[in-house]
Design a protein around this ligand. Structure first.
Ligand SMILES: [Zn+2]
Length: 149
């Protein structure tokens, strides 16, 4: 997988690997990895701009690895991975599933757009189903609150 990405930097999604070298033999890598392997893990370069060499490698949870690539802060501004711009922190979405280390990777205007785009793809039938689900959720919560009080 690593070799594939490094050797295929012409593919847009791998472009971040341009100039990255693999400085570890397959045998050494396997031995190193076998001692650290766990379910849902992926190999991370500690320094994202460094090469694949053992001192610069660690095994971390895949989700953490993905988020690490996305969370970027420069001069107090946060990187929005959607509009590809640095924005002040108060323009970033506060809480989201994508939140990591207290930082989100989506700005407010992109988040609104994302939700609108997703919603506009729904058919009328799906929208009605959604509304129905919201109503059910509301009434269930209401019933729970009443039962608790
Ligand atoms: Zn944005």
């Amino acid at each position: 997988m690593i070799l594939y990405r490094v050797n295929n930097t012409h593919e847009p999604k791998n472009s971040g690997y341009a100039g990255v070298e693999v400085r570890v033999s397959k045998e050494d890598f396997i031995e190193w990895f076998m001692q650290r392997d766990f379910e849902g893990c992926s190999v991370d370069r500690i320094n994202n701009h460094g090469h694949y060499e053992l001192p610069n490698m660690q095994v971390i949870e895949t989700w953490r690895n993905i988020a690490k690539d996305k969370v970027k802060i420069k001069g107090g501004n946060h990187w929005c991975s959607r509009c590809k711009k640095y924005k002040p922190k108060n323009e970033m979405v506060k809480s989201s599933k994508r939140k990591l280390m207290g930082v989100t990777t989506t700005c407010k205007s992109c988040d609104v757009k994302r939700r609108r785009d997703r919603y506009s793809r729904y058919s009328e039938e799906q929208k009605e189903k959604n509304r129905q689900r919201c109503r059910e959720y509301y009434y269930r919560k209401k019933a729970e609150r009443e039962a608790a009080s």
